[in-house]
Structures are given as C-alpha cells and as structure tokens.
Design a protein around this ligand. Structure first.
Ligand code: AMP
Length: 310
C-alpha cells in the first residue's frame, strides 16, 4: 500500500533540510522531476533549505544545475525521484538520512524508503510531481513548470509513446499555462551535435535486423572514441532504430571503459523488461536497461530479444 500525496506533504513540512536525488545517468525526467520538485518546494517553503544533488550531466546543462549541501544528512529528509532500485540512486549517502521518500513510475521491484509513492501507469515522474503539486495546492513557479514539462516530453517521446495518457496531456497543459519558452525548450531537447548525427548514420548503416523485427547495434569504445562521443551522448540515438517501420524491439549495446556493455533496450509494443531483469537491469516494459558482462552475454540478450518478437 503506497502513501498518499497528503502524507508526503506532511512529511515535507516536518523537515528544515530536504535533499532531492534521482538516478545515475540522468535523463530529462530524472532531472526534471528532481529539480521541478526543488523549485516547487523552494517557492512554497522559503524557510527550508532544499537542494538537488548529483552529477551535472553536461548534455542536459540547459535544464538546470545541481546544488551543494552543507548540512547534516542525518537530520535531513531525502526524496528520491525516478529511481526504481537502491544501487541506481545517485548519492550513496542517501541511506544516512533521517527519512527517505521514494517517488517513482517504474515497477516497484525494490521497495526502499519510509514513504513510497509509485504509479507505474504514469508517463513520467515529472507527471507525478505535477499531479502532487496540483492536488496539494502547492504553487508551481514557471521554472518548475519548465523542468517538469521537459521531463514529460522526454519520457513520452514528445507525447508519442503509449504511456502518454489523457491525464499526461491535461497535466502538461497545466504546465504550459506557465510563463516559459516551450519552443526554445523543445529545440534544446530535439537538436543535437553533428557528431551525434554522424552516430545516427552509423546506427542506420550497421543495424543488425532479424527476420521477425528485432534489431541491435553495438557501439564499441573504439568507435565512440573515434567519433569523440561520450556514453551519455548515445541517448541521442537510442530511439533511432524505432523509426524503421518493420523494427519492433531493439537493443543498443554500448561498450564501457571496463569492457562490459551497457544495454539500452526499447520496444514499440512487446514488453522487454523481463530480459533486462535477467541481465542485471530493469526498467519499463517498453524502455529498459541492462548490463552484459561478456560478449557471450551480449549474444544471449540478442537471442532473447529475437525470441520475444516471434
Ligand atoms: P536507458 O536506456 O539508460 O535510458 O534506460 C531505460 C530505462 O531503463 C530507464 O527507465 C531506466 O531507469 C531503466 N534502467 C536502465 N538501466 C537500468 C539498470 N541497470 N537497472 C534497472 N533499470 C535500468
């Protein structure tokens, strides 16, 4: 049984120091929900010290910046956004906090935290935070609206993925009433460097496609180095195979400096998160991540992907 928005608000009211965290390798929803919530709490509780901590992802610098925290974590309330399981929390000190709240939209595979709000039917945690603010009558400043809107369009592929519900659209419309430049935000989120465009070309050229509509591509360290690309910049190509009509489900294997592969899996309609779970990962039914610790495991994942699309 999950906690209610009102219980979360009452807990927030109890603490002077609030730290908001999210997952490693952040995407727009991770940062949008984390910092959208920060801006809402700062506007509504000006007497509290409220900060967002974590790695500043350079490709998302147009969204916002993380803070420094000078207090004592053991006195603080920590709110973790968009992070299904403990090892993925960006901020290892999280468990030292006096109280922890988990707010998420992934399947609740790891029930950590003193209070939990999980809705895996929500398109994004940014959608949940927007709903939370509206239902508890908290003011949403324009900067919070910008960040939350970014999170929603990031996780819904600009309102195209099946997770986009009528509720998503009506909450996004509430955010759009606020005074921020939506067109500029859209441009920032959809444009990319020439080197990422070249990587897209590489992906189209080198996709392996099975007769049933599974696809995969492998990006080695050597390739990424030769194109002057970082792991985080592969976010700009993960959706690319899905543009091809006959491809149903796909995996992008990204070799890491230690030799293992980060696996980024996507699917149009067939759930692929069970495959991710079997390989040190998890995530949503249609957007999951995993790890392959050998070339053999990479091959196993590719075989399993071909099996599920049959
Ligand atoms: P990504 O391909 O990294 O954008 O991840 C897609 C989805 O899978 C996101 O919802 C992530 O939170 C989730 N995910 C990625 N990697 C992992 C992992 N190692 N364990 C659990 N979930 C993951």
């Amino acid at each position: 049984m999950y906690n209610t928005f009102n219980e979360i608000l009452l807990k927030i009211a109890e603490y002077d120091n609030i730290i908001i965290l999210r997952h490693q390798n952040p995407d727009p929803d991770a940062i949008g929900s984390q910092c959208g919530l920060r801006e809402i709490l700062r506007a509504n509780f000006p007497e509290k010290q409220i900060c967002s901590l974590g790695y500043d992802e350079p490709t998302l610098a147009y969204l916002t910046k993380m803070d420094e925290f000078s207090g004592d974590v053991s006195d603080a309330l920590i709110i973790v956004c968009d992070t299904a399981n403990r090892p993925r929390i960006d901020g290892k000190f999280w468990s030292n906090a006096d109280c922890v709240i988990k707010i998420d939209h992934h399947p609740n595979d790891d029930s950590y935290g003193d209070l939990i709000y999980v809705d895996d039917s929500a398109s994004s945690v940014s959608e949940i935070i927007t709903d939370f603010a509206l239902k508890t009558n908290l003011e949403i400043p324009a900067e919070a609206a910008r960040l939350l809107y970014a999170g929603i369009i990031g996780d819904t592929g600009r309102f195209l993925y099946p997770s986009t519900s009528p509720k998503t659209l009506s909450l996004a419309a509430k955010l759009a009433e606020k005074d921020f430049d939506r067109a500029l935000l859209g441009r920032m989120m959809t444009s990319f460097d020439m080197k990422v465009a070249r990587l897209q070309g590489y992906v189209y050229e080198n996709l392996v496609i099975s007769a049933n509509g599974a696809a995969c591509v492998t990006l080695t360290q050597e390739l990424l180095k030769s194109m002057n690309l970082k792991d985080s910049e592969t976010a700009g190509i993960v959706g690319v195979p899905g543009n091809i009509r006959d491809i149903k489900s796909w995996a992008v294997f990204v070799e890491q400096p230690d030799g293992h592969y980060r696996v980024r899996m996507r699917s149009k309609t067939i759930p692929i998160n069970e495959i991710a779970r079997r390989h040190d990962g998890g995530g949503h039914k249609l957007a999951s991540g995993a790890n392959a610790y050998s070339y053999q495991e990479l091959e196993e994942i590719w075989q399993e992907l071909q099996e599920v699309v049959k």
